[in-house]
Design a protein around this ligand. Structure first.
Ligand SMILES: *[C@@H]1O[C@H](CO)[C@@H](O)[C@H](O)[C@H]1NC(C)=O
Ligand SMILES: *[C@@H]1O[C@H](CO)[C@@H](O)[C@H](O)[C@H]1NC(C)=O
Ligand SMILES: *[C@@H]1O[C@H](CO)[C@@H](O)[C@H](O)[C@H]1NC(C)=O
Ligand SMILES: *[C@@H]1O[C@H](CO)[C@@H](O)[C@H](O)[C@H]1NC(C)=O
Length: 309
């Protein structure tokens, strides 16, 4: 099996840094190098993929059967305890498994059941003016799931849920605001601003599917996410998942990485990358990192064709 990492070459300003701090050095090769994947060798573990998989939420039947096993043990006792693990609705929204009372207290919406029906899968949505202290909460536009035809400023404040949180991961599950002006490509109309952390470039336009890692800092001061909408009437919408990553998390990005890619292949895009009409945003200076996967020692990049999304 051969693998490759792909990079869309569309941006002169996009800086790509490959981490050299990891135990397995990466060689960036400009040739068409491809590698075999000796996946069976599990002794050489930089960051064990097995562990990483183990930490991932179990879905569907696997999860059910493991819970059933747990329940057989638990049935001897009257107290049912379950972890606040991520869970999913049938439509793919992710929530956190908790009791229905807890869900209500977190201003959440139950989207299904979990923990073998002892808990509800709780989706928590926050919008303008609210404060977030939980893991896996979504920042959505006012009027969600409808678009927002409005101008103004919409902010949420994120507090660490514990002192052991080092990073926030922002997943732009929906992100459609006005793009940059056409001359200098500045985000003059709409802007997404992250404040209170390490510097994060201001972005705008279409960024659905993209992500950012934001440093949570060492103190207790919060991070503020601001969506500024101005200019002409336009339906904007956003749904940003905010995950709180503990300092010892295996999914945490290395320091200084605004974007962090894992896995053996993928696509890198600059913000507001869109075939045909996407304009490269100005004032973007940030780092994209790729995690060295176990048993891999080089990366192959190739340009995406212009039509691809
Ligand atoms: C790599 O490219 C060289 C020339 O550019 C070619 O001769 C060689 O066959 C290629 N190797 C593979 C594995 O595609
Ligand atoms: C895994 O790779 C290491 C170094 O490449 C080698 O010494 C070891 O024998 C391999 N283990 C297996 C089970 O193949
Ligand atoms: C936004 O609202 C204004 C007036 O409230 C209306 O004239 C305009 O057509 C709306 N635009 C969209 C895209 O819905
Ligand atoms: C928050 O959720 C993410 C992803 O679901 C998980 O990796 C992380 O460990 C969670 N954080 C805490 C503090 O539980």
């Amino acid at each position: 099996m051969s693998i490759s990492f792909f990079k869309c070459v569309m941006s002169s300003k996009l800086k790509l840094f490959i981490l050299t701090s990891l135990a397995i050095p990466i060689v960036i090769s400009s040739s068409n190098l491809s590698l075999d994947t000796p996946y069976s060798n599990i002794t050489n573990n930089d960051r064990a993929v097995e562990n990483f998989k183990g930490n991932r939420p179990l879905r569907g039947t696997k999860r059910q059967s493991s819970l059933k096993k747990q329940n057989r043990l638990l049935s001897l006792f009257t107290i049912v305890k379950f972890d606040n693990e991520p869970c999913y609705s049938s439509s793919g929204d992710s929530g956190i498994c908790m009791t229905s009372t807890e869900c209500y207290q977190h201003r959440g919406v139950p989207i299904g059941s979990c923990a073998n029906s002892y808990g509800v899968c709780c989706l928590s949505l926050s919008t303008c003016g609210q404060t977030i202290r939980e893991n896996g909460t979504y920042f959505v536009n006012a009027g969600y799931p409808d678009g927002l035809n409005n101008t103004g400023t919409c902010q949420v404040t994120i507090h660490k849920l514990s002192p052991h949180i080092c990073q926030f991961r922002l997943d732009f599950e929906r992100f459609s605001i006005m793009g940059p002006e056409p001359v200098n490509h500045q985000c003059d109309n709409d802007q997404f601003i992250v404040s209170g952390s390490n510097p994060v470039p201001v972005i705008c336009g279409l960024n659905t599917g993209s992500h950012m890692y934001v440093d949570a800092g060492t103190g207790t001061s919060p991070i503020i996410l601001t969506m500024v909408t101005s200019g002409i009437f336009l339906k904007r919408n956003w749904k940003i998942k905010i995950s709180q990553l503990p300092c010892d998390s295996i999914t945490k990005a290395d320091t200084g990485c605004l974007q962090y890619y894992t896995g053996v292949s993928g696509t890198l895009k600059s913000f507001n990358y869109e075939s045909y009409s996407g304009l490269h945003l100005s004032n973007q200076d940030y780092t994209i990192c790729l995690r060295t996967e176990r048993n891999f020692c080089s990366v192959q990049y190739s340009a995406c064709d212009d039509q691809s999304k």
